[in-house]
Design a protein around this ligand. Sequence first.
Ligand code: ADP
Length: 762
Amino acid sequence: MNGVNGSPAAPTPWASLAEPPLQLPGTIQPHGVLLVLDRAADTILQVSQNAHIHMGMSASQLAGAPLTTLLSPTQIEAIRQAVPPPLARPIPLPVTVTTGAGPLACDGFLHQTATALVLELEPTIATAPVNFLSIHGLVRQTLDRMQQAESSCVLLQLVVDAVRQLTGYDRVLICQFDLQGAGEIIAEAKQPDLASFLGQRFPATDVPTAVKESYASGKLRAIPHIQAEPVSLFPSQHPPTGDPLDLSRAVLRSSAPCAVTYYTNMGVAAALVLSLCQAQRLWGLVSCHHTTPKPLSYETRAACELIAQMAASELANKLRQEDLKQRTKLSALRSELITSITQASNLIDALIQPEERLLTLVAASGAAICLGHELTLIGTTPSADQIRALIQWADQHITEPLFHTACLSHAYAEAEAYKATASGLLLLRISRIQHYLILWFRPEVIQSINWAGNPETGIQIDEDGQMQLGPRTSFALWRETVYATALPWQPFEISGAIDLRNAIVGIVLNKADELGRLNQELQHSNRELTAFAYAAAHDLKEPLRGIYNYANILLEDYSAVLDEEGGEYLLEIQAFTQRMETLINALLRVAQLRQTQVKRQRIDLNPLLAEAVAIVRASRPEAPFELRLPRPLPSIHCDPTLINEVFRNLISNAIKYHDGPEKWVEVGYHDREVSQRDRAHQAPESERIFYIRDNGIGIQAEHFDDVFKLFKRLHPQERYGDGAGVGLAIVNQIIERHGGRIWVESTPKQGSTFYFTLTQPY
Ligand code: ADP
């Protein structure tokens, strides 16, 4: 049987267990004899039909006969003493049967049903000769090694190796059941020429719940010859009740026909299955297969069972340790991540550098981080658009801060389109207001498992026309079960995500609080500073005016007593006070501007410019200039008073910082600026870029940024007039208040161009 990709089809290792209903096959395996005794162990009530083969007496002879027909009084007394309580597992005891051909040594198994005693006898000659010492040595060695095994993997490998060595079977597997009951083969020992089944998975439906429950109570099942003809009991009805006997605890119980077909199809002729239980739950099974019939002695089976039991208890420790190790690792990872978030100025960098950290935290294969409008994807995820739509859906439908599902398309049908990458979703909402979310994704299980089955073949119909589970049918079912389903999110992964959320919320809130506080402080100090500057400027102006006036009085009324030098000093004093007043006025304007509200309206800039030019011309009649206007200016959304001030300042500077006779000023605009400087600024589409160009003295490149600073002048006072070094600072502030930017390009001696942008909200 070949599966997809030509790899061998995997058997369901516990196929023999799928045999409903468990307690009523009514038949036993032929390698032993089953006797049903009355509760006092006096009379044989029923006996298997193969009694004559092993004991030389027919079932009809034995049924109803006293037990002394087969056993000595001492042996019968030993049996009476050994009877286990009802519902307990069969207890082993050595039994010697008296037959016509002489004594027959058997391994006996005795248990009690509700109405009778059941004594099963396996002639020891049927099993291979056993060397107790070699079995004991191997068991001891295995148990010692199991205690030292550094991981559960190593431990389980020791188990399969030892069980294979003990049984001599071709293949020994361990399959583990997940919480949903699906199985995965996690350890294997086999003949070298057999193909491996390691890593293959099987659906939960392969092991009926009744079987799981029976194995959870610790059970061993041996079928030394699968194809052997089952044997019925005589009489077929159990005498006290008239019903078929409950054989659910019988060691010799035969297998259901579908299980026999199943094994036969797989080429398996003998099987042994042992349970691995954890806290009363069936954690897994050790399943042994052989290609030819192979009886195992009771000692061998018991040794295997002992190893399985020890492994189960040792496994509990190992799994606890590994779980703890994993949790410690995850919690260290989480702490590391939280530390990064606390220290980093940028939340996204802290989250995704390195990317694996965020994914390992919850064993995801991809993640999306949404911070406001910003979406960052790492690992394997659906597309950004698909994730945006998913977030939109989550915004409307998920109110809890944490949502997780292993089957996203059940909750959100659109996810069907990307089930391969995101059947599992763990969504963490950090802030609804700020729209901060982290989404982790897991792929569909079917994509992520190593499966070699072929769903198209192998449906088995039994004699009654009923469809039976076969390996291939199982696959079809499995596919259906896990369609669009990811591996489930583990509780500790979910709690880890919640911890992360709490930490981020704390940090983000703290940062927001801190920012808010700083903002408040800043606003407060800004207000105070402005008020102070305002008051200081006002208060300064008064004494200044006093100084000026007194200097004037001295000049006018005391000119007779002043010599020429004294008069000049007084004039100097007046010039200084005037300069001081200019500076104070500039300061006042800057302070005022901070508090001025920008009142935007749609304004035709042409009359605004004309007005500004007229003012400049009037204030500098000595410096005529040509106004160049390549095309009329547009209408724009702005505060006309403030933009008028911008034009006045820039045009006035263009005229002022000029040495030549022919002065001109060009005022224009670009819809999209093309200069290098602008490219660096990456002007968005909606911006208009205005410029004011002159043929003046120009500015050296190292001062391009300085000129916009308050009180920054590039020339001594006596050159180029009465500047206070404030004009460009004011212009800068006005443009910024409009949401624009300003910069200069210039070549000394050739002129300068001042650019500023104004955004277009419509
Ligand atoms: P001021 O009030 O002194 O003119 P500004 O803030 O307007 O101050 O300008 C700062 C400095 O930038 C000026 O002192 C001048 O040196 C330089 N500057 C401004 N505009 C121009 C220009 N169009 N050409 C050359 N230099 C200029």
